[in-house]
Design a protein around this ligand. Structure first.
Ligand code: F6R
Length: 257
């Protein structure tokens, strides 16, 4: 297999179109006999959940799909009070589970109590039949989930420290930067690669270098998102600013490819 065979499909679309296409891919999963969704949190995926909720409201087959669906969050902060609206459980409940009518017991989130064995989450995913479609954003430092640079490609769900960069990037969701947790529990890169299809969203120039490193640089733990190229079914939906560094490399006739 040459490197070019391993390039994920990269689709250029503006945020609205990309969000609609990602929602359609989740909707396809919902009409399978045993739908299992993998859910990211953050700016990149918010509109996807709005689109999916609108599709579900309009479609009886999708509503029936939700009745048999399981959903697994990608990650969760450690150290926030249970009733904190910033937890990823609260966020996913608000942005997706409540709008589509997915009950709490089928919205699975890694346990934010660090004394609970995190690998149990991987077993729960396996028991549900594995994730069909995993939605992902990408960090400006190349992280996927909260797998920060250096995370092993075969890592499983576990507790991790967040880098200063990630805490700074996520400070916009909190009233004060120091309120951003320092630790999280995240699906590992190995866990993520176990999903049958990965759908990655990247918007804005702040993601350009990370996307270019992930798609065209060495496949190496220094860039966690480069592990995406080890997966046979990845769709990357990016707007032009996020894809700009990849496009520049292609235009320059990158001989590495
Ligand atoms: C979220 C997650 C993160 C984000 C990434 C991009 O569950 O695991 O990897 O997907 O940090 O965040 P946004 O979309 O806010 O730019």
């Amino acid at each position: 297999m040459t490197l070019i065979d391993r390039l994920p499909r990269l689709m250029l679309a503006d945020r609205a179109d990309a969000s609609r296409q990602a929602a359609e891919l989740l909707a396809h999963e919902l009409i399978t006999p045993h739908p299992v969704l993998g859910l990211a949190t953050g700016s990149s995926v918010e509109a996807v959940y709005r689109e999916l909720a609108a599709m579900v409201a309009d479609s009886e087959p999708l509503r029936t799909g939700v009745d048999r669906a399981e959903a697994f969050a990608l990650d969760e902060y450690l150290g926030l009070p249970d009733d904190d609206p910033h937890t990823y459980r609260a966020t996913l409940r608000r942005q997706l589970a409540e709008p589509i009518g997915l009950p709490e017991e089928r919205l699975h989130v890694p346990d934010p109590d660090s004394t609970v064995e995190p690998a149990g989450y991987d077993r729960a995913i396996a028991a549900a039949g594995g994730i069909g479609v995993q939605l992902l954003g990408i960090g400006a430092n190349g992280h996927i989930g909260f797998n920060e640079p250096g995370a092993a490609f075969d890592s499983r769900t576990r507790v991790v420290d967040l880098t200063d960069r990630t805490r700074r990037d996520n400070a916009r969701f909190f009233a004060r930067p120091e309120l951003v947790p320092t630790r999280a529990v995240t699906q590992g890169i190995g866990t993520i690669l176990g999903a049958r299809r990965l759908v990655v969203l990247a918007f804005g120039a702040a993601k350009a270098d990370a996307l270019a490193a992930a798609l065209t640089g060495p496949i190496d733990p220094a860039v966690p998102a480069s592990a995406l190229r080890l997966h046979p079914d990845v769709v990357v939906l990016a707007d032009r600013p996020a894809a700009s560094a990849v496009l520049d490399l292609f235009e320059a006739g990158l001989d590495r490819l």
